[in-house]
Design a protein around this ligand. Sequence first.
Ligand code: FES
Ligand SMILES: [Fe+2]
Length: 441
Amino acid sequence: MTTRDEGELLTRVGPGTPMGTLMRQYWIPAAPSSELVVDAPPTRLLLLGEKLVAFRDSAGRVGVIDHQCPHRCASLFYGRNEEGGLRCTYHGWKFDVDGNCLDTPNIPTHQSFTQKIRARAYRTAERNGIVWVYMGAAEQAPPLPCIEATLMPPEEVTTFFVQRECSWMQAMEGDIDTSHFAFLHAGGVAIDDVPEGHTAKFGLTHRAPEYHVADTDWGTMYAAHRPADPGNTYWRFAHFLFPFWTIPPDGDFKQHVITRAWVPMDDHHTMFVHLSWKRNTPGLRVLKDGSPVPGTARGNLGGPLLPNETGWYGRYRPAANLGNDHLIDRDAQLAGNYSGIEGIHMQDQAMTESMGPIADFASEHLALSDAMIVRTRRRLLQAVRAFQEGIAPPALENPEVCAGARGGDFVSSSSIGWLAAYAEEMRASANPTGALRQAAE
Ligand code: FES
Ligand SMILES: [Fe+2]
């Protein structure tokens, strides 16, 4: 079990907290590049409990700086983004994307001390249509992640951001909790509804899989396994990658490039960042008669996002949310949609948000089906404690190890072990970025 103290360690991410300090060592996906427009008003950005503003200057460079002006702490959210910097509207001080003070126009020139003033600014980078932020203190920022889906060019990848009203930890754990799939998402699907030859039939025939779990160079991995045809095993592989990434199993392994970040906005709010290859083969979405799996007719989110607003919690909010019971439809629940909630993502959102802002881990009764969750918590706790002793956390200095992680489902001969089956499937898989490591053993 996880104690209350361990739960605190895992879920508190603000400045100075052990987990927050660990996360700050890695690059963080913070916003779609398209959200920041040249010389447009700044955006409020909440990351790891820090109130920041993000803006794109006249030259197209992205700045992510403390929202409080270093002069007298007025919010730079009200600032003017003009001519190569963000100007505070209180006394006109102006800052560039690196936090340098460019101008203090309320002070006579001979008294000016712009060189001594700096706004707290974080390093930024842009890749595959995403703005990345490095909030750590290292002189040299580490390399950007090497998780397969983060290496794809923007035209090859589907990206979306969705806010979730709970701790990053319980949100992320939804992705490594595979046995819920046959209930929450597919509880209303009968075996006879599954199209001929689709691997989903094995998952629905045996709704209580067994597991292998292991620590890896990038974090943790599991394989859920069930009997398939005689002599064969049905596998579902998935991963946790430091510090907050997952690779889920819901798709054909050979053709499944995907990752999801669970970025803490603060202790109680998470920004989900999804990246997936446009040529992925997803899991079961259509039944034998051509109708959608109940609960998937309106897409993954089950409905629209609300228009973004300017508040700290105003970005990428689903219209279905805790305040309206995620638009649960009790008639649909009786008629075949097991949860009564539309959209696979929204079903997960409802379950994890319903736990409260931070789940009380000490009240849980974990079972063998939670082996991956237990393993991942332990790996995170070990890494946090080791980092406090000066030991670099996993995949920080060597992010290329993450290219050994691929998730998905497949059937293989029962005569080979789980890691051998994984390595064999890796060798047979599409490798669109060229980064996929061809062995995982
Ligand atoms: S508070 Fe920003 S310029 Fe004075
Ligand atoms: Fe799920």
